[in-house]
Design a protein around this ligand. Structure first.
Ligand code: HEM
Length: 132
């Protein structure tokens, strides 16, 4: 008698799990066809050009005006950065950063720090403009 109940419960459990698996399989199938765009934008959100639409267009003449410790802007790979708040925090010393103020710092930055490192992460947070 007890065995019968165990069989019945096991059967119910298997059917239940099967039903849930079938439903979730269907949902993800529909999701990828109707919300495919959403998936693509998720990938795009980790792109280096993230936030490009919100960047201020800045001329090089304007960048050149910000060549002091108090207001230090630089251009790296076509993006404009305000380094002022970060000068004193640079592990490689203030002088390295001061040499970039009001300049195109692409070459010096890439030469020292290259790609995919901590320095690039810091830069991301200081970016506010895009060179016109
Ligand atoms: C805005 C531009 C820069 C940022 C955001 C930046 C950021 C950093 C960061 C996060 C570190 C510590 C971690 C690491 O080594 O990657 C560092 C170290 C250093 N940086 Fe920079 N940096 C910049 C520009 C420069 C420039 C132009 C030079 C030299 C011409 C330079 C020279 C160094 C040196 C010598 C060190 C310490 C030694 C080392 O670990 O490489 N940095 N920088």
């Amino acid at each position: 008698m007890e065995k019968k109940w165990i069989y019945a419960l096991t059967l119910l459990l298997v059917l239940g799990v099967g039903f849930v698996a079938y439903r979730s399989g269907n949902e993800s199938g529909n999701g990828s066809s109707s919300a495919g765009g959403g998936e693509v934008s998720e990938v795009a959100s980790i792109d280096v050009s993230e936030g490009k639409d919100f960047l201020v267009p800045v001329s090089f003449a304007e960048v050149a005006k910000h060549s002091s410790k108090e207001s230090c802007w630089t251009v790296i790979d076509g993006f404009v950065y305000d380094l002022s708040s970060w000068i004193a925090q640079h592990p490689g010393g203030e002088r390295a950063i001061l040499s970039l103020c009001g300049q195109d710092g692409t070459e010096r930055f890439n030469k020292q720090h290259g790609e995919f490192n901590q320095a690039l992460n810091v830069l991301k947070g200081l970016r506010f403009g895009i060179l016109e």
